[in-house]
Design a protein around this ligand. Structure first.
Ligand code: GUN
Length: 295
């Protein structure tokens, strides 16, 4: 079987065009400009790239963008004061504090301090709870992007056996929650596997849709999947550098062998990555509309 390659780059481009039209209309009809603040603490190179991409995309779309790069030595009270300032700022509809934070900072306290209405990451416990009961204001960006990849590629989710590898708060737990809701683009039977799972292959071989966020290259090999599976690879592993010093990326799935058995599969790069960024823009536009009483 030759797998359909699910291009996140292409699907993100479609959503970007839809969003650009919506943003232009919000400005024209309501004089409303969505505003996003990103906060980057320290100089982690991968985080710098992610925040840079978020800033670039928001500017290109006509979203007001504020970037706060603060030193790694920033204290907890200083970071809390910045979050509070952004909570009060009416130009800012969405706040994103890039994770992970340096070790001396308390991530939980920071995430709890973001006004849930401005929590475009969907990480605040209020938003996690709302997602769980099926009444979300915001879906977390990476899982929301995964759902869009499946829906826009015409993959039937309702009734499917979905197996998720990984139970992080950013990907594994929320994607499981999203896909099990009794809703369109969901209604699946979901199994979540993790480092405590006894026989991972037993589960992955049953999967109609396999979502891999294990954080390890080649965590999924061809012998672990059935013919006709749909594979979404969330992994971003830096496995080396080019002669020019650019990072070489690989996912968590052994793409070359698994694609021979899969019906559809996402590449790395160009799969889930571009979707995460565009879903952040979607959430920022939604935050602006919520603040203006338009939804
Ligand atoms: N670090 C890795 N993924 C994410 C994300 O989706 N949001 C934030 N804030 N930090 C991240």
């Amino acid at each position: 079987m030759t797998a359909q390659i699910i291009s996140g780059t292409e699907i993100a481009r479609q959503i970007r065009e839809e969003l650009a039209r919506e943003i232009a209309e919000l400005k024209e009809k309501h004089n409303l400009i969505p505003g996003l603040a990103t906060v980057l603490v320290g100089e982690d190179p991968a985080s710098q790239v992610y925040v840079g991409q978020k800033e670039k995309t928001s500017l290109a779309l006509g979203i007001y963008s504020e970037r706060h790069d603060i030193p790694a030595e920033t204290t907890q009270p200083d970071l809390m004061a910045l979050v509070d300032k952004l909570n009060q700022d009416p130009k800012i509809h969405g706040i994103l504090v890039q994770l992970p934070l340096p070790k001396h900072l308390d991530e939980t306290e920071v995430l709890y301090a973001i006004n849930p209405k401005k929590d475009v990451d969907g990480f605040h416990p209020v938003n996690v709870g709302k997602l769980m009961i099926g009444e979300p204001d915001y879906l977390p960006c990476t899982p929301h992007g995964i759902q869009q990849l499946l829906v826009r590629s015409g993959i039937e989710i309702s009734g499917a056996e979905v197996v998720v590898l990984g139970r992080s708060n950013i990907v594994g737990k929320p994607i499981a929650n999203i896909l099990l809701q009794k809703k369109e683009g969901a209604n699946a039977t979901v199994t979540v596997c993790h480092t405590g799972t006894r026989d991972i292959s037993f589960h992955t071989r049953r999967a109609d849709i396999l979502i891999v966020a294990a954080g390890r290259p080649k965590a999924v090999t061809a012998d672990m999947v059935k013919e006709g599976v749909v594979v979404i690879d969330v992994g971003v592993n830096r496995i080396g550098k080019t002669a020019e010093g650019k990072a070489i990326l690989a996912g968590d799935v052994d793409f070359e062998t698994v694609k021979e058995k899969a019906r559809a599969i996402t590449p790395v790069p160009g799969g889930v990555g571009p979707m995460t960024i565009i879903m952040l823009m979607t959430n920022t536009v939604r935050a602006a509309k919520l603040a203006a009483g338009l939804v």
